[in-house]
Ligand binder design. Sequence first.
Ligand code: FAD
Length: 625
Amino acid sequence: MSVDYDVIVVGGGHAGTEACAMAARLGAHTLLLTSSLDTIGQMSCNPAIGGIAKGTLVREVDALGGLMGRAADRATIQFRMLNRSKGPAVWAPRAQCDRTLYRRAVRQLLEAFPTLELTQGMVTNLLFDSPGCPRIAGVETADGRQFRARAVIITAGTFLRGRIHVGLGTQIPAGRAGDQPSIELAQVIANIGLTVSRFKTGTPPRVDGRTVDWTRVARQDGDPDDSRFSFHQRAERPRQVPCWITWAGEEVKEIIQRHLKESALYGGAISGRGPRYCPSVEDKIVKFPDARRHQVFLEPEGLDTTELYVNGLSTSLPVLVQLEFLRAVPGLERVQMTRPGYAIEYDYYPPTQLTPWLEVKAVEHLFFAGQINGTTGYEEAAGQGVVAGLNAVRRIRGQEPVVLGRDDAYIGVLVDDLITRGVDEPYRLFTSRSEFRLLLRQDNALRRLLPLAERLGLLTADELRAAERRLAAEESILTLARETSITPARATGPLAASGTSLASGERVAVVAKRPGVSLGALLEAAGVGAGLAVDAVLAAEIEIKYDGYLVREREAAARLAELASFALPEDLPYLELRSLATEARQKLDQIRPTSLAQAARVPGVAPSDLHNLVLEVARWRRRVA
Ligand code: FAD
C-alpha cells in the first residue's frame, strides 16, 4: 500500500519526536515511523534532562514549541539549578526524570497533533523518484510496506549497525539493550555514497535500591523552589525524591586495573571513539591514575521502581567484574545489580555532508538529525530535530531555509559546529563552545527566540499571548528597577551580604549591579517587590548585573552578522581559487560554506585566505555576470 505524506520521520527518539512536533506545528501531514511505538521518547542512558549548556538548549527547544521541556516537567522527580554558586548567567537547569513518565509524556504530546500519525515499522529501504535520482521519495519497511513523502528525516540514533559489548566475550547486534539494530538501512545509506564512520558510547550498571546501605551514602535533595523548564506550560509535578552520592575509591581502582584487559574498550574489541566528557570508569582510571576517588551518583529510575542508575560507572567490563567493583563502592557492599552496563558501537555520518539546515547535500529533501550526525545526548538530538523538522517543511513548501545563528541559540552553535568543523569524537554541547555565553542564557531563551517562533507560526495564539505577557513582565521589572529609588536605611538588609552600604538614596538598578546583591531583595526593601514573578525578577537581575558585558557581546554578534551577510555563491569553484592556500581550497570545497562567517570557522582556513576569498568572489561574480 502506498501512502502520501509531506514529511516522514524515521525514529521516535529525541531528534525524531522534536522533528515531528515541528512539522506538525507547521501543519504538515507527518508520519512518525519507528521500530517500536513503545519506546517513543525512550531515554537510552541516564534518566535526566538538561545540565550545563544542555539545559539552555532545552529551553530553546521549548521556546520554539518543542516537546523536551514540557515532557521533562511532567516527569521531573528532582529539579536542580546547577552552578548556583556561580553567577546567574551560567546557571543550568537539570531535571532527574521518571523514565516511564517521560516516555508517556512525549507520546501524549505527540498524539495531540492532529496532522501527525504514528506507525510502528523498521525502515529498511529508501525510495527515490527514479534510479539514481538525487531526491528522496519515501521509505520502505521490513514487512514490505511503502510510504511515500516529499521529505524524509532519518533519526536512527545508535541503531545503525549497532553492536553492544559487555567484556570481550559478549557482543550482541542491537540498537541499545533490548532493541534490534538497524542493519539494512545502514547499508542503503552507505550505498548512497555517504562517508560512514563508527563511534561508541556506554552506560553504567543499574542496581536495586533495596540493597543499598543508605547510611553510607550522602543524600542530595533538589532545589526547594518550584522551577520548570517550559515557558509555555506549567505542569503538575510528580512527587520529588532525593538522589544519593558515594565514591569509587582505591579498591574499585585496583579491581578495574586487574581486569582492564577484559574490558571491550581496552581489550581491543571496540574501534569507535567514545565521548571524552562521558568517559567509562575504565577510561577515568587509566587517564587519571592519580585521582584518589571518583564521584558516583545513585539516581532513581522512577517513582514506581527501586531501581537506581549508577551515574559515573559506565563500563564495558564483563558482568562479574562489574558486580565486583560495584560492591567495592561504599554503600553498595551488598548491592544487587539489576542490569549490567555495556558499551555500544554504531555508524554515524560525518556531518560536514549536511547543509546548515541538516539536509543531506547529496540527496534533496533527505534530512539527518541526532546521534547519526556524530553527536551524543538527548538535548543535542532534540535541537537538531527542531532544525530538521522545521526545514523539511520549508523545503517542500519552497521557502527559504531557517538557520539559527551562533548568537541566536545554542542550537545554532551546535549545528554550525557540526556542519562546519565536523566531529572527531561524539559531539557534546558545552558553554565553552559558544563565543556568546552571556547572550545565550537559559533565562532569556524565550526572549531570544519568540520573534522567530512567531514569524514561523510555530506557536498557538494562546501560547503567543502568554509568552508575550511573560516578556512584558520582565520589561516592567527592569523599568521598575530603573525608576525606583531606595534609601540607605532600606538598603541595609539587601546589602548586608555584600559588605557595602549606601551613603545616599540610589536607583535600585544601580545598587543591584553590586556583586552578591539580589534585585528581588532590593525591590522588596524598596516596597515595590510584592507579587513579582520570581523568574522574571531573575531575568531582569541578569540584564542589570551583566549590562556592560552584554553590550560588548552584542557588538561582537553584530560584527559576526556583518560577516554572515557576505554570502558565498553555492557554485564557487574553490579548487580553482589559486590565491587561497591548498588546504583552505580543499576544505572550503568540501564544506561549501554559505557565508564568509562560516568560512572563517572552517578549520584550516587562515585570515589571509578569507581576505583573498572576498577578492576571488568579486572576480568570479564579474566573470559569470
Ligand atoms: P535515539 O534516541 O537512539 O532514537 C533512535 C530511534 O530510531 C529509536 O526510536 C529507534 O527505535 C528508531 N529507529 C532506529 N532505526 C530505525 C529504523 N530503521 N526504522 C525505524 N525506526 C528506527 N548520551 C549522553 O549524553 N550521555 C551518555 O552517557 C550516553 N550514554 C549512552 C549509552 C547508551 C548505551 C546509549 C544507547 C546511548 C547513550 N547516550 C548518551 C546517547 C543518547 O541516548 C542519544 O544521544 C540520544 O538518545 C540520541 O537521540 P536520537 O533521537 O538521535 O536517537
